[in-house]
Design a protein around this ligand. Structure first.
Ligand SMILES: [Ca+2]
Ligand SMILES: [Ca+2]
Length: 215
């Protein structure tokens, strides 16, 4: 045990910094939070931030002509995030089966930061950061899983390599977009990375020749 670990243990004997928090509905490191840093938790954190950002001002019918009532617009953003959490899109806590997870987040981020009410609320920046990080975790997990696979039919190796390469390129491009504060474009690039990782997985796991064959 390192000195730092020892201090951490001493301050809170429950926390185990040596344990990595996995996305599994369990508080692995005993810090009191379940699945911190995991996609669904990050999305819930965003919803909470935006709920707390509401100012409670009543939105009269008259006032809301053409939209623009702060709390109602925040509700739209929250609803987009909730739609991305639709249970049928998720195979596990980190694996998704529908690009809609990314698409609803792009709508949420765009409406919060770059919609007709530019920077709808100061909380939008942090909420968007959480959503981008959620999609990074999803894209990264899917890519790492694909890369760990052994291609069943060697004739599919070339296509598998091409797809993992593309998935890596889009993943890196997303990082680039984050650094330039283009959050919704970052999400789009994570979606593209995820799509190519999915294709790579298909090439790896089939016994049939599906890569540029004549069969
Ligand atoms: Ca934890
Ligand atoms: Ca966990």
């Amino acid at each position: 045990m390192s000195k730092r670990d020892f201090i951490s243990k001493a301050s809170n004997p429950q926390i185990n910094p040596a344990v990595t928090e996995l996305c599994n509905n369990v508080d692995d490191n005993c810090d009191g939070r379940v699945d911190e840093g995991c996609p669904k938790t990050l999305k819930q954190d965003s919803i909470e931030l935006l709920e707390n950002a509401k100012d409670g001002e009543l939105c009269s019918r008259w006032k809301n002509i053409g939209g623009g009532c702060h709390d109602k617009e925040l509700d739209k953003v929250i609803n987009y995030i909730k739609k991305s959490l639709e249970q049928s899109y998720w195979d596990s806590e980190v694996e998704v089966n529908s690009k809609k997870v990314f698409d609803y987040e792009m709508l949420a981020v765009t409406h919060c930061l770059r919609g007709p009410f530019k920077n709808l609320d100061p909380a939008c920046e942090e909420a968007a950061g959480n959503l981008v990080e959620a999609d990074r975790v999803i894209a990264n997990t899917t890519l790492e899983t694909a890369k760990s696979l052994i291609v069943q039919n060697p004739k599919n190796q070339k296509c598998f390599d091409q797809e993992t390469k593309k998935a890596e390129l889009f993943y890196d491009e997303a990082t680039n977009k984050i650094s330039r504060k283009y959050q919704s474009l970052a999400i789009l690039n994570y979606r593209l990375s995820w799509e190519h990782s999915q294709k790579a997985t298909e090439y790896a796991t089939t016994n049939r020749r599906t890569c540029g064959g004549w069969s």
